[in-house]
Design a protein around this ligand. Structure first.
Ligand code: NAD
Length: 345
């Protein structure tokens, strides 16, 4: 157990097993150097408590990296609730989880993640104020999409030397919350769209609203385009898909786009500019953090646009050092997280 915590450099792990409601949950707090840990609450079926624990530790570290590069005053944390088999009282489980969060006194702030929505956050908010993404707030996906749009523009500028998206061909995989908003922004900016989704309604809507060309879920990897924007699943850059790509840039919202670390280096070696996922998709976190702190809207928008600046810095360093952008992003995040205070001064 402590080896695992050491491996992920997670500072705190909290466990709650509430027999009265069936809540079985872990909260992992990776790092609180720059503020309380903020990160989503997953509610999915896990094969074992070990799986759930590993997910929490891995994701908590990712949130620290995301927060530090987004420049928000938060640390990284994540919570998982093991979805019970059979019948359960969801409200009772989430209210029990809310009390669990509250017991940590604000060192962990929760949010939406896989398997949770504003409804679950509303239940949690009956027990604690350390919660974001309730139904009274904006949909964070819109901010995620805005951040991806700004980041995608920075990548096109860097790789193709073009400031405008007019005529740029973007292949968007997954037209859900983020993907649809991204298509909207790209369409307004004059980009031409190629889309795929397993959901027929979603692609129909993208075709009707934006004149997007529809391709199958397999074809999306190999379409001729300038930008491939993964906004659906993780692990989509892998041994099978790498050789299919015919794009100059990869820039999308999906988490954990690289199946393995080496795939980042492969993209670099092939001359495809990869926008590290946790940097480009930080808009939702920026909104959740700054809104929770009561900051004004213009600051939220400015910080979201700063994502482009951070990415440009990563692209430059990647070129100078001949290292993958994914490696540069990790290095930058780790430097900021672990740099001694005396060095930072
Ligand atoms: P979503 O569930 O609303 O949308 C995902 C879409 O992908 C759905 O329309 C789904 O049908 C589609 N999809 C699933 N499998 C597919 C396949 N094989 N091929 C093509 N499409 C497929 O999710 P979302 O909130 O839009 O998030 C999209 C991605 O961005 C996820 O990876 C998520 O983790 C990540 N992300 C989202 C946010 C946010 O604010 N929502 C923030 C950071 C990261």
């Amino acid at each position: 157990m402590f080896d695992l915590l050491d491996h992920y450099r997670v500072n705190e792990l909290h466990v709650r097993d509430d027999a009265a409601t069936g809540l079985k949950s872990f909260i992992a707090i990776h790092n609180t150097r720059f503020g309380p840990a903020l990160g989503g609450c997953r509610f999915i079926s896990y094969t074992s408590p070990d799986d759930a624990l590993l997910d929490a530790l891995r994701l908590a570290r990712g949130m620290s990296y995301k927060a530090v590069l987004a420049g928000v005053p938060q640390g990284g944390g994540k919570s998982v609730i093991m979805k019970p088999k059979g019948q359960f009282d969801a409200e009772a489980i989430f209210r029990s989880f809310g009390r669990f969060v509250d017991d940590l006194g604000g060192r962990y702030i929760t949010a939406i993640d896989s398997g949770t929505t504003a409804k679950e956050m509303d239940w949690i908010s009956k027990e604690t104020r350390h919660v974001t993404s309730t139904s009274s707030e904006d949909n964070p996906s819109n901010y995620t999409a805005r951040g991806v749009f700004e980041g995608l523009k920075a990548a096109v500028r860097h790789k193709l030397g073009q400031d405008r998206l007019n005529g740029i061909r973007v292949a968007v995989q997954g037209i859900g919350n983020v993907g649809y908003q991204l298509c909207h922004l790209l369409h307004e900016a004059g980009a031409s769209l190629i889309v795929s989704d397993i959901n027929q309604e979603a692609i129909k809507r993208a075709h009707q609203d934006f004149g997007a060309t529809v391709v199958s879920v397999d074809e999306i990897y190999s379409v001729e385009c300038d930008v491939f924007a993964p906004c659906g699943l993780g692990s989509i850059i892998n041994d099978q898909t790498l050789s299919l790509l015919k794009c100059a840039v990869v820039a999308g919202s999906a988490n954990n786009q690289l199946k393995h670390h080496e795939h980042g280096q492969w993209l670099h070696d092939e001359g495809i500019l990869y926008s590290p996922d946790y940097v480009i998709n930080a808009g939702g976190l920026v909104y959740a953090s700054l809104h929770h702190l009561g900051k004004p809207q213009h600051l939220i928008e400015e910080k979201t646009k700063r994502i482009a600046h951070t990415l440009s810095e990563i692209f430059k360093q990647s070129e100078q050092k001949d290292l993958a952008t994914s490696v540069i992003a990790d290095q930058l995040a780790e430097q900021r997280l672990y740099q001694k205070l005396s060095e930072a001064a």
